[in-house]
Design a protein around this ligand. Structure first.
Ligand code: SF4
Length: 764
């Protein structure tokens, strides 16, 4: 696997890159020996992470070099095995198959899934050209099993995605979130420790588990699983009852407040607290602390998004800060700029072609994908193009997802590794790793300073692989959407000067609609070569920098760039291209937040009538209900110190919790006669699996948890392929989802637990 060793002097050289394991993308410095990453430390020059990292990137060599890396395009044989083919054949055949489906069935029958992970978004950005080339209409990715409900609520209420300012907040609130393990903001552990140490500041955590973050909190609302909406409603009702709302802010900066206040004002607080399993006094204390603070920042996460009332939970969580005026000032919630929009809109109430499910922010809910395939409906999907995604493992109901992929006429996968999904593909196109190509992330970059980092490759692409932008350019050419003649004038202009290119590009986009459609790939094939061989993928950032400078000229100038019009965009692009540790691209004063509210009258819209019936229905909901067939609530996919996303396929990356234990309360373990380390069988309505038990009093009775990222197949020391731990989605069901956004209830899976090993049946 390793290339020949480098001389010691080169091995001790530090190279700049970033961690690719979560959305924060902390800056890293690494040392290399050939293709091996040998040493890793935080990059102090990164303006966002400032030298911070958690423990997880220490194993990144396991992502870069492992036994499941792909080395050649693969084509499925009729018997299900794969054969290696050359790139020319692969591109030609994939393009022909896509074109055949487009011409016979319609391009809208080809679903695009994925488009990036926690740090590789350039491929997805270039993919928009390929999707247009095959006439695609529908898309989905893992955000549609997590954040689409939240995105939709944010767009409705704020016309943007507010960011929490925990560094400066007097009160920090985490709802269904454990930032100690799942991060979600810069330097999470440093900030959490600082809050915990400061007696003037408070931390409030709403979580059914006493997580690492809850351990640091001043108030932990250890809510009953499924009781989030009741608990949040009760907190809001206390704020109304005790006159804790910011009436001036509501009158001047919002509309619709009176409607939601009325809907919440008759919530039976004591009853809701009891049903949510939290003491009323603690709920009142939390509401008062928020209502009386100078500044409050709030963040939610999968704990409430992947649970019953997902979209409603997001709405209630946002009302905590909107009703108390914690917006557009230090320590609260603010709207920043973006280099490119990650989130689409939901205008016109688009629906899926078969089941008429809502498509929020441009993404089909992950949980309905199998229904949109496994049907005899004439509009069903016939093919799927999957890029940097592993839906068979990461989406609900793996069995049904496998069935769906097997029913399609064509499955194309672009990936770095042979994944559970790639195994079902007709064609696999191997991508270069994130350290072998130019890469970037379009996740939010921070407020008030928005940081963007374009990462240079650390090494040559692994032989046989290509960066995704090159794959998309070749596919678009093979689909007949780009001709050398069309591109020749732009290419000539790019080799002359950036200024000449800008003029030629503007004219081409205005006069040649077929090129406008293919814009990312046009940049790659024209400006790309002028950036130097191997650097072509960075060309897309030229367009993004100009668009950012044109949209937010003052913010770009405040970040230190000079120039008017295109000169400002050029200055920004040059900095993105040359600053290896990342660059502050825009800087905003807090009050600028109101200028970013993309709503008609610039006022926050606090009433979402679509969710009012569900809110009212909480009164009749029996969340304490016991299901004797499945008496436990399983959170399938808990973030732990020993978990990361599935780009770590080799389980050797972590030593602790190798088997991925099922965590359980001591009282439950005692009743089942299981001791720590014992083996149990977990059964849900969808599947069954065995796991080792870890007993912990951090969980409520009746609540059990399994880690995320486990259940991947990987060769052991003898080469035999073994599965390590439980794949959570072998236990989840696609029909268990939010009625509005379609987001799954991974944190609320009804389960039965039985002891299976004799040695385990020892009372604790
Ligand atoms: S917080 Fe940890 S996992 Fe996330 S990017 Fe930083 S180092 Fe990587």
């Amino acid at each position: 696997m390793s290339a020949a060793s480098q001389p010691a002097s080169q091995q001790s050289e530090w190279h700049t890159t970033a961690c690719i394991l979560c959305s924060i993308n902390c800056g890293l410095q690494v040392q290399l020996d050939g293709r091996e990453i040998t040493k890793i430390k935080g990059d102090k020059a990164n303006p966002r992470s400032r030298g911070y990292t958690c423990e997880k990137p220490a194993g990144l060599n396991h992502y870069q070099n492992h036994a499941d890396r792909l080395h050649s395009p693969l084509r499925r044989r009729p018997d299900g095995s794969f054969e290696e083919i050359d790139w020319q054949t692969a591109i030609r055949e994939v393009a022909e198959r896509l074109a055949r489906i487009r011409d016979t069935r319609g391009g809208e029958k080809i679903l695009y899934y994925g488009g990036g992970g926690q740090g590789n978004h350039l491929g997805g950005a270039y993919a928009s050209a390929t999707v247009r080339a095959y006439g695609g209409v529908y898309r989905s990715n893992a955000l549609a099993q997590e954040k689409t409900g939240e995105f939709w609520v944010e767009q409705r209420m704020f016309g943007g995605r507010p960011e929490p300012d925990f560094e400066n907040a007097e009160v920090s609130v985490f709802v269904g979130k454990n930032p100690w393990q799942s991060h979600g903001f810069e330097r999470a552990r440093v900030v959490l420790r600082a809050i915990a140490k400061n007696p003037e500041r408070s931390m409030i955590v709403l979580d059914p588990r006493r997580s690492e973050t809850a351990e640091l909190a001043d108030i932990h609302l250890q809510v009953r699983p499924g009781g989030d909406a009741h608990c949040l409603s009760a907190m809001l009702a206390v704020m109304i009852e005790e006159d804790l709302l910011d009436k001036k802010f509501l009158a001047e900066r919002t509309r619709g407040a009176e409607v939601i206040v009325e809907a919440l004002s008759d919530v039976p607080i004591a009853d809701y607290c009891e049903r949510a399993g939290v003491p009323e006094a603690l709920v009142r204390e939390a509401a008062r602390r928020i209502g009386r603070a100078e500044s409050v920042a709030v963040q939610e996460d999968l704990g409430i998004e992947m649970a019953p009332h997902s979209t409603l939970n997001s709405y209630l969580e946002k009302l905590l800060y909107a009703l108390t005026g914690n917006f557009a000032k230090p320590g609260t919630m603010n709207l920043g700029t973006h280099l490119a929009k990650l989130v689409g809109d939901s205008k016109g109430d688009p629906r899926t072609p078969v089941g008429n499910h809502r498509i929020l922010t441009g993404l089909i809910p992950c949980n309905v994908i199998p229904d949109e395939i496994l049907s005899d409906h004439p509009e069903r999907f016939r093919a799927i193009f999957i890029e940097s995604g592993n839906p068979v493992h990461s989406l609900a109901d793996s069995r049904r997802m496998r069935e769906a992929l097997e029913a399609l006429e064509l499955v194309v996968v672009i990936d770095v590794a042979m994944t559970e999904t790639a195994k079902l593909a007709d064609y696999i196109l191997p991508a270069s790793s994130q350290f072998e190509k130019w890469e970037a992330t379009f996740f939010g970059g921070g407020f008030p300073n928005n940081v963007f980092q374009l990462r240079a490759p650390l090494m040559e692409p692994l032989e046989g692989t290509l960066p995704e932008p090159e794959i998309h350019a070749r596919l678009c050419e093979a689909l007949g959407e780009l001709s050398l003649d069309d591109l020749a004038p732009l290419k000539a202009a790019a080799s002359e000067s950036r200024e000449a290119f800008a003029l030629a590009f503007a004219e081409a986009m205005a006069t040649q609609p077929q090129l406008r459609k293919m814009m990312p790939v046009v940049l790659h094939r024209t400006l790309g070569p002028a950036l130097g061989e191997g650097n072509e993928s960075a060309a897309l950032l030229w367009g993004a920098a100009h668009s950012c400078a044109a949209s937010y000229p003052e913010s770009v100038r405040r970040a230190g760039f000079e120039g008017e019009g295109p000169a400002l965009g050029e200055a920004l692009f040059e900095a993105i291209l040359s600053e290896r540790s990342g660059v502050v691209i825009t800087a905003d004063p807090y009050e600028e937040t109101f200028a970013r509210v993309e709503l008609d009258d610039g006022k926050l819209d606090l009433a979402i009538p679509e969710l009012f019936d569900e809110l009212a229905g909480l009164r009749d909901e029996d969340i304490v209900r016991r299901d004797d067939a499945y008496p436990f609530v399983l959170a399938a996919g808990e973030r732990r110190g020993s978990t990361a996303n599935t780009i770590y396929r080799n389980p050797a990356w972590h030593r602790k919790d190798a088997a991925g234990a099922l965590r359980m309360n001591p009282e439950d373990a005692r009743r089942l006669g299981i001791s720590d380390g014992g083996r149990v069988r977990i059964t849900t309505k969808r599947g069954s699996a065995e796991a080792t038990i870890e007993i912990t009093d951090s969980l409520r009775e009746g609540h059990v948890t399994l880690p995320n990222g486990r259940g991947l197949e990987y060769p052991d020391g003898s080469g035999k392929r073994v599965v390590s731990g439980v794949a959570p989605n072998e236990l989840t069901a696609s029909e268990d989802r939010d009625w509005f956004a379609g987001t799954p209830w991974h944190k609320h899976v009804r389960a039965r637990i039985e002891a299976v090993s004799e040695g385990a049946a020892q009372p604790v």
